[in-house]
Design a protein around this ligand. Structure first.
Ligand SMILES: Nc1ncnc2c1ncn2[C@@H]1O[C@H](COP(=O)(O)OP(=O)(O)OP(=O)(O)O)[C@@H](O)[C@H]1O
Ligand SMILES: [Mg+2]
Length: 417
């Protein structure tokens, strides 16, 4: 049996945390059996490598490995994706299609985000798990398959069961063995290790010197809550690698990359979910769209009223509630004044509009100009620094900047360097 260390190396799993090691060990132990495994843990903890380990150490390793993201498939098509359909089963089913359970016969299916499966699909899944039987959509023929299932979820399955979103019998059938991955905040000793690995990877990817953390920065990372776990740490390492010119990073620098620092929220994402009980990202997007639509309708209404009456004060008094809904409320007196000033300029409909319009466009151009200028400054500085680092050698500087030598030559001329 391969050792935990060897497997971690093979699957590029970084860290020496005892709970992580135990999770990998469990995966190795359970791999040669056909036992169903449920991988649990918060978002971004690294659940996706566990089913890969299990498949590649099992007798099914030469069979197919299919990873299905249950949360990403629309409810209307998921049965057909998983179990296939007969020709004519529904509009658009122009030919018979084999589902993943048929295709992966003799192999492994990884059902990621299994908690998102619709209840009707859960019934079909239970049947496959119990006796290997399934029926294509639109068929009455029972088919057999021999598939090992590994599932994963970042939901609290007991909650989902309580809310009748997940079948209890299916949960117990899926989680014969449960492998739980620890959140990053409980793996403090691994944080710097992981950061160094990501920093080294991004240095190669972006052809830049590796960023290095000073002691106070490491301390901050270890105290941080990491709602998005390793995925978030990787993103932070990537952002800093690309955006910071100074390659030695101190605590003050790193703070700006850590949202909600100082807050005791256990996990940003989990907290948000609790508040609104969104079951997936799609719902969040729908909510944002609906809110935007509603704001837009309110704005349309307000604009119409303004155009009709042409009197700002009357409209403001009459539609105070609406204005507050759109622009939000301010507790601070000064803020209210500032806001009123701002509203005056936003809501003003000029009597003699041409001059005013010109002024407004002029204002917009001014902002654009400023941004362009500061971007140019940044570019100029980057080029200067890179040339300095490479003692004026254009080829090396261009390589470091990720642009062609010709482009660099043009920029040198443009900035008169
Ligand atoms: N121990 C680790 N060492 C190195 N990289 C890791 C480790 N764990 C996770 N990662 C990286 O972190 C990222 C997130 O991991 P993964 O996609 O497996 O998360 P997840 O647990 O499936 O999250 P979600 O529930 O949101 O799908 C990936 O880029 C993965 O390569
Ligand atoms: Mg995942």
């Amino acid at each position: 049996m391969e050792s935990v260390q060897a497997i971690k190396q093979r699957f590029e799993i970084i860290g020496n945390d005892p709970v992580l090691n135990r999770a990998v060990e469990k995966a190795i132990q359970v791999a040669p059996t056909d036992i169903s495994v449920l991988v649990t843990g918060e978002s971004g903890v690294g659940k996706e490598s566990i089913p890969k380990i299990i498949h590649s150490l099992s007798h099914r390793k030469h069979g197919k490995y299919i990873a299905v993201n249950c949360g990403a498939i629309p409810e209307g098509t998921i049965d057909s994706e998983l179990f296939g359909h007969e020709k004519g089963a529904f509009t658009g089913a122009t030919s018979t299609r084999n589902g993943y359970f048929e295709v992966a016969d003799g192999g492994t299916i990884f059902l990621d985000e299994v908690g998102e499966l619709p209840l009707t699909t859960q019934v079909r899944l239970l049947r496959v798990l119990e006796n290997g039987e399934f029926i294509k959509v639109g068929s009455s023929n029972v088919q057999k398959t021999n598939v090992r299932i590994v599932a994963a979820t970042n939901l609290n399955m007991f909650d989902a069961i309580k809310k009748e979103k997940f079948r209890e019998d299916l949960y117990y059938r899926l989680s014969t063995v449960e492998i739980n991955l620890p959140p990053l905040r409980d793996r403090k000793d691994d944080i710097h290790l992981l950061f160094r690995k990501f920093a080294a990877d991004f240095a190669i990817k972006y052809k830049m010197p590796t960023i290095r953390l000073e002691d106070d920065a490491v301390e901050l990372l270890q105290k941080y809550q990491w709602g998005g776990n390793i995925r978030q740490l990787r993103n932070v390492a990537e952002q800093i690698s690309v955006l910071e010119q100074e390659r030695s990073i101190n605590g003050a620098k790193i703070k700006s990359y850590l949202p909600n620092i100082g807050s005791n929220l256990p996990a940003v994402i989990a907290e948000k979910k609790k508040e609104s009980d969104f079951s997936n990202e799609r719902e969040i997007l729908y909510k944002v769209l609906f809110d935007m639509k509603s704001d837009l309708n309110d704005l349309k209404k307000l604009t119409m009223k303004l155009m009709e009456s042409g009197n700002l004060k009357d409209v403001k008094d009459e539609h105070e509630g609406l204005i507050q809904k759109i622009y939000g409320e301010n507790e601070d007196e000064q803020d209210i004044e500032d806001q009123e000033e701002e509203e005056r300029s936003i809501l003003q409909i000029p009597q003699n509009s041409s001059q005013e319009k010109e002024d407004k466009y002029y204002f917009a151009e001014e902002i654009e100009e400023e941004e362009t200028l500061s971007l140019q400054d940044k570019e100029l500085e980057l080029i200067k620094k890179s040339l300095e680092r490479h003692s004026g050698k254009r080829k090396s500087a261009a390589e470091e900047l990720g642009i062609s030598e010709r482009t660099l030559y043009r920029k040198i001329k443009q900035y008169d360097l």
